[in-house]
Design a protein around this ligand. Structure first.
Ligand code: DGJ
Length: 730
């Protein structure tokens, strides 16, 4: 049992293989947080909390004048509201009588095997050989009867604790949630913590930022209705001394694809608090008597072995506990060529066949027909929502086109952007009230398109039906599911005025229902997510999509940073990465080596490549397949940081049994007559000998030597050369 409850001490100790998380029903039945860190026994750690009178920090009424007990200083599992705790809080509720107050005290708890599930929201599942136990602990406000159930599922071997909160309105009138976070995490001492986040922008997603936690509220958030290019719903709190290889790291990955919020604060006593959940901006949610509201889940992990270990924990978990598709592990994903950068909107069936013929020569196994195949779409002004084939372009019809591609020995993939509608579309003409537009105003246009009110059931049903009809009409192997704008003008014509604060969250719930209705009903189709690149690349999306298009930026050198940042959380097997014609000064081999840090493919017009170039691509495609298992399922190490001024960028994947490794080195700049550069490997078996090849030389050295002394990188070479070193244990 991963959870130990001590009845007399009232402590709950949650044990994963290498960590312990502890809380306790404490003074006045408030639930105290006691510990999260490396494994300890089940001893009661309440001794860590020293109570003393704190100026200007009030005391709950029933502490009977006990001035040393203040919620303003107590570490808690979930916060109260207006009970004298002035730090950031996890709940803001307006009660049926209009008051803003919540005073949650322990009510009950229960245990059960297996992970919790949530209403309409994705959660992680257990594999057959996982030990997973759950505790649900309910706190209640005695006056309003509003309850919050704190859910904890402990994935023992995986070192992951999944948390969420469920609000139940046990009172007699409706309540309005103004803010409800998925969890609250308190640290007794936060003085030495840094905060790592993955900010970015369109075309430059998931860069890395590290900043000290100081005495103010740090906010990492998206208010764009999608998890966004600008921030990712992930943060890590790490000790100042933490590096890739050593030091404490706490990771928090929110399973939510809409506007989210993470707030972290160092309080007046140098304690830290972190909350994360649905963004409370433009949010309120009515919960009627007897009703529940579930928050999204968060995946937490802790290690004192540095950032690489934290990433490995997430990579392993994402590869096994988020998505049941056979394309995750059992079916090898084909090398695709996507037509977007090859033809944009300018193609027809003949052009696609031509591209496919040329691409076959490059080792391409699947042609993906991107935007432009439906309605009468020839540019981005029309037809979104009209999910039927444009027979002026696809003259032979979709079924026949797919057949012809299949006859070339290739698979076929197709693009959709389900959540959007063009004003110039049959769908909009038929249902102008299905869009989000605030009455009396004109909705913001972005890429000339409008957002469907996906929270509405009839919109969901239309999307499920019209898209499934296309998927069932031909032998479609793959779908790219795109969204190309942020969400504004939150309004639903289907909701009364007092429920308009629910639109953003209802949109996300609606989207998840649509994805269930399309993706879960087509287990033989491989689905890739996309949001103008990686604008909605998040852990929730990975429960439906086996991979996510990382960025519209296919410049290989920019991708070095993008892959580095993404790798903090996301495994190689989830990151869409393609070779394109961008950056002509970078050799094709180097572009391919960089794209191999993701789910390798091409984004170019194969008919325009020279024979020689297609031969290089063929060689690189073969290499991708040769190292597929190692690359997709091995342990990934960041070896050189592209955000620092370095001459080389390097990364490595080591097989689980350490018998093999792949080290990729890209020379970014080489100064004339400069020093010899070395790259030090990681994760090898110290005492084993490895045979290494990749730069024309063959070398035999121990893991120890390769890790502590490194590999000398050839110098007299052109810039932007990539070396792919293969290491094989002898
Ligand atoms: C944005 C995507 O990221 C691109 O790859 C492409 O699919 C376009 N949308 C098509 O409109």
């Amino acid at each position: 049992m991963a959870i130990v409850y001590n009845e007399s001490k009232k402590t709950f100790s949650l044990h994963t293989a290498r960590t312990t998380y502890q809380f306790k029903i404490g003074n006045l039945n408030y639930v105290k947080h006691l510990y999260y860190g490396a494994t300890i026994h089940d001893e009661d750690l309440v001794y860590l909390i020293r109570q003393y009178d704190r100026g200007f920090s009030g005391n709950p009424y029933d502490s009977l004048q006990e001035r040393s007990f203040s919620l303003d200083a107590q570490p808690q599992e979930f916060t109260t509201q207006q009970q004298g705790d002035f730090r950031i809080n996890s709940i803001e509720v307006q009660n049926a009588d209009g008051s803003f107050s919540f005073n949650g005290r322990y009510l009950s708890h229960r245990f059960y095997p297996g992970p919790f599930t949530l209403n309409g929201l994705p959660t992680a599942f257990a594999q057959d050989d996982d030990t997973v136990d759950t505790v649900e602990l309910t706190i209640e406000d005695a006056v309003t009867k509003v309850q919050v159930t704190l859910l904890y599922s402990v994935f023992e071997e995986k070192d992951i604790i999944m948390r969420a909160a469920r609000v139940h309105n046990g009172g007699e009138g409706p309540i309005s949630l103004k803010r409800i976070m998925s969890f609250n995490m308190d640290y007794l001492n936060g003085r030495d913590l840094d905060l790592i986040s993955l900010p970015g922008r369109y075309g430059q997603e998931r860069q890395v930022e590290r900043q000290p936690l100081t005495h103010h509220v740090h906010k990492i958030r998206s208010g764009r209705g999608i998890s966004s290019h600008q921030q990712n719903p992930f943060i890590a709190l790490v000790e100042k001394t933490t590096t890739e290889d050593y030091g404490a790291c706490y990771g928090f990955a929110l399973m939510y694809s809409g506007s989210f919020l993470a707030e972290a604060e160092l309080d007046q006593y140098d304690q830290a608090r972190l909350v994360m959940g649905i963004n409370d901006r433009l949010f309120s949610y009515e919960v009627g008597p007897g009703e529940d509201f579930d928050t999204p889940a968060v995946l937490m992990t802790y290690t004192h072995k540095g950032l690489a270990r934290m990433s490995h924990t997430y990579h392993n978990f994402f590869r096994s506990n988020l998505n049941r598709s056979r394309f995750v592990k059992d079916i090898r994903r084909p090398i695709l060529l996507n037509t977007w950068e090859a033809a944009f909107f300018d193609f027809d069936d003949e052009k696609l066949i031509e591209i496919a013929r040329a691409a076959k020569d490059m080792g391409v196994e699947m042609i993906v027909m991107d935007d432009g195949w439906f309605g009468k779409r020839n540019d981005d002004n029309s037809s979104l929502g009209d999910w039927y084939v444009n027979e002026e372009k696809i003259k032979c019809g979709l079924t026949q086109l797919v057949r012809q591609i299949n006859d070339l020995g290739m698979k076929f993939g197709i693009w959709f952007e389900p959540e959007m509608v063009s004003e110039d579309s049959d769908l909009f003409r038929a249902h102008p009230d299905w869009i989000m537009e605030i009455p009396g105003r004109h909705a913001v246009r972005s890429r000339n398109q409008l957002v469907l009110d996906v929270g509405r059931k009839e919109v969901q049903d239309y999307l499920i039906k019209s898209i499934n009809r296309i998927l069932d009409s031909a032998n479609i192997y793959y779908v790219k599911w795109d969204i190309n704008r942020a969400i504004t003008d939150l309004w639903s014509n289907a909701l009364p005025a007092e429920k308009q604060g629910e639109v953003s969250h209802r949109y996300v719930l609606g989207l998840y229902r649509v994805m269930d209705g399309i993706i879960k009903t087509h287990p033989d189709i491989m689905f890739e997510g996309c949001a103008g690149g990686g604008g909605r690349f998040d852990p929730a999306m990975l429960t439906w999509f086996v991979q996510y298009w990382s960025s519209d930026n296919t410049k290989p050198l920019d991708n070095l940073k993008l892959h580095y940042g993404s790798s903090f959380l996301y495994p190689v097997s989830t990151m869409g990465a393609h070779v394109s014609v961008a950056s002509p000064m970078v050799p094709l081999e180097t572009k391919a080596a960089i794209a191999m840090c993701g789910t390798f493919g091409y984004e170019l017009d194969a008919t325009r490549l020279k024979k020689k170039e297609r031969t290089i691509c063929k060689k690189m495609s073969a290499l991708y397949h040769k190292y597929y298992d190692l690359n997709f399922f091995g342990d990934y190490y960041r070896l050189a940081n592209p955000f620092e001024q370095v001459n080389l960028v390097a990364w490595e994947t080591v097989s689980k049994d350490k018998s093999e490794a792949l080290v990729t080195v890209v020379t970014v700049q080489l100064t004339v007559n400069g020093p010899q550069e070395y790259i030090k490997c990681k994760g090898l078996e110290p005492n084993r000998y490895y045979r290494l090849e990749g730069d024309g030389n063959v070398l035999t050295a121990t893991g120890m030597a390769l890790m502590h002394a490194g590999i000398p990188i050839p110098r007299e070479i052109p810039e932007f050369t990539a070396f792919i070193y293969h290491l094989k244990a002898l």
